[in-house]
Design a protein around this ligand. Sequence first.
Ligand code: OXT
Ligand code: ADP
Ligand code: MG
Length: 564
Amino acid sequence: QATAADVELTDGFHLLMDALEMNGIKNIYGLLGIPVTEVGRMWQARGNNFYSFRNEQNAGYAASVAGYLTKKPGICVTVSAPGFLNGLTALANATTNCFPMILISGSSEREIVDLQQGDYEEMDQLNIARPHCKASFRINRVEDIGVAVVRAIRTALSGRPGGVYLDIPARLFSTTMPAEEGKNSLWVPVDPAPAQIPGPDAVKRAVDLIKGAKKPLILLGKGAAYAQCDDDIKALVEETGIPFTPMSMAKGLISDTHPQCGAAARSMVLQESDVVVLIGARLNWLLSHGKGKTWGNPKKFIQIDIQANEIDSNVQIHAPLVGDVQSCVNALRAGLKGMAKPTEWMNAVAEKASGTRAKLASKLSTATPVMNYHNSLGAIRDVLKNYPDSILVNEGANALDNARMVIDQYQPRKRVDTGTWGVMGVGMGSAVAAAVESGKPVVAVCGDSAFGFSGMEYETLTRYNLPVTVVIMNNGGIYRGDEASPNHQFSCMLFNPNTRYDLFSKSLGGEGVRVTTPEELAKALEDSIKSGKTTIIDAIIDPAAGVESGRIGNLNIVSTIGKK
Ligand code: OXT
Ligand code: ADP
Ligand code: MG
C-alpha cells in the first residue's frame, strides 16, 4: 500500500479499468452492488458503456454473445456469492458454446473465507468456478491486475475459445500503488489468438479423401461462423462444388438461398454422403454423435477443429485437420484447386432441397382460424427477407425448431439461439448484446416459456432504447397450451392464458401489439423494425399447434410402464 503524500497514486479500480480500456473493451454487461458498484460508475464516467441488467445470468449471456459476435472476450461484472453464481451459469454456457467471455466478480476477503468465519456473501468462488470454465484466476496483489487481465484475455481467445473467471477480493479494488508503477504494469497481449497451421501430411490426407469422394458434404458449425473467414469458406464451397449444410448458428454463413445449400435436404445429405468435412462443428448430440440412422451409409469424416482432442470424440475421424478454420480451409483450397466438381450429386441435393422448400412454402401461407407455427413464422420470414442484416435471436422448443426451418438467414452471424445446451433464457441478454454490438435491428422470436426466463430484462431493452422486436409465440404453455389440468390443479405445462405480453411491454415503456393473424403479425413487425422502437408482439398461437419437445421429442424420457 503506497502512502507517500508526494507520490501520485492509483488503485485497483483504476488499474482494472485502465487494463480493460487498453485492451479495446468498451462495453461491460453486469449488475452492481457491494463491492463492485464503483466499477460501473467509474466506467461510465470515463465515457464507456455499462449495460446494467436485472439478473446477472442475463448480463452473462449478453457478454457471451458479445464475445461470439466480435471475437473479443465479452465482459460481465457481478457482486459476490449469489451474483457470482447467477453469472456462472452464463460463463459455463459460454464455455460449452466456445464463446470467449470473462466473468469478473467481487469476492469476500480471503482470510475470512478460508477460515469460514462468515463474511458478507462468503463463498469460495475461485474453486467453484474452476470446473465450469477454461481457467479461474484470483488477483491477490494490485500490481498483478495487468497480468491477470492479459492472462484472462489470452486464455479466453486462444485455441478453443471459452469462459474465464477473474476473482477480485473487495479490498483489492481500493488498494493503492504509485500511479507510474501501475501504468507500467499493464500491457496488451501480442497475437492472443494465434493462427494454427495444419501440417502438410494432414492436409494431403484430407485432400485425397475429398478428391476420391463421390458424395462429399461440407458441414458448417458455429465455430466456422465464429472464425470470421466467411469469404474463404464460401470460396472453398464454390470452388469445389460440394454441397454444404449449416448447424443452426452457422445458418447464413453462406446464404440459406445459395444453390449449394443442402439445409432443406438435411436427412438426405447426412445419410447419403460418403465423405463429410466438419468445419467448426462437434459430433455431439446435435449430430447424433456421428452414428446411427441419421448418418445412413458408412462414411469418412474430415474434421477441422482447433481443439486437438475433439478429434475422435465420438467416432473415428479419418482425416483430422487440427488448426484454425481459416488456415485449414485455405490449405484445403490450395490442395483441391481444379478438382472435378461432384455435379451429379450437387444436382441431386439441389433438387431435393428445392422440392422440400416448395413443400414447406405451401404450408406457410395457409389460412387457419388461429395462427400456427407455419403461417406465423412464414409472415416473419417474409418481412425479414427485406432486412437481411438484422439479427435473429431464437429460443423455445416449437418456436425454436420451426423458426430454424422456416426463417432463412442471408449473412454470417445473424442467428443467435439456444446453442449447444439448448438453454432457455438466453433471449433478452442475447438481444441486448446483439443490438449493442451490431448496431442493427434485432428480432427475438421466443416461446412464451422461453421468454419468461429473462422477461424482466425487457425493461433493460426499453431503458437503453434498443431497436429490438420481441415476438412472443404465445401458445399458453411449454410445447403446447392445451394440456388437461389434472385433479383440479393447473397443469404443470401451462401458463395463465390471460397473460398480456403486449401490455407488459407498455407498462415498461415499450410498444406492445397483440396479433392474431399472419397479416397483423407481418405489419406489426415491419412497423416495429422501421420505427426502431423496443416492441413486444404478442402473437397468439393455436394451443394445439406444438408438439412435445419440438424436433427433439426422441430425447424425451417417458415411463415404460405408462401412467398408473
Ligand atoms: O431433411 P428432413 O426431412 O429431416 O427435414 C429437415 C430439413 O431438411 C428441413 N428444412 C427445410 N425445409 C424446407 N425449407 C427450408 N428452408 C428448410 N430448412 C430445413 O427441416 C427439417 C429440420 O431441419 P433442421 O432443423 O435443420 O434439422 P433437425 O433434424 O431438426 O436437426 C436436428 C437438430 C438436433 C440439430 C436440431 O433439431 C436442433 O438444433 N435442435 C435444437 C433443439 C433444442 O436445443 N431445443 C431446446 C431445448 S428443448 C427443452 O429442453 C425445453 N425446455 C426445458 C428447459 C431448457 N431447455 N432450459 C432450461 C434452462 N430449463 C428448461 C423448456 C422449458 S424447451 C422449453 C420451453 C418450450 O416452451 P416455449 O413456450 O418456449 O416454446 P413452444 O414449444 O413454442 O411452446
Ligand atoms: P455447432 O453447435 O454449430 O455444431 P460446436 O459448438 O459444436 O458447433 O462446435 C464448434 C467447434 O469449433 C468447437 O469444437 C471449437 O473447438 C471449434 N472452433 C472454434 N473456433 C475455431 C477456430 N477459429 N478454428 C478452428 N476451430 C474452432
Ligand atoms: Mg409455448
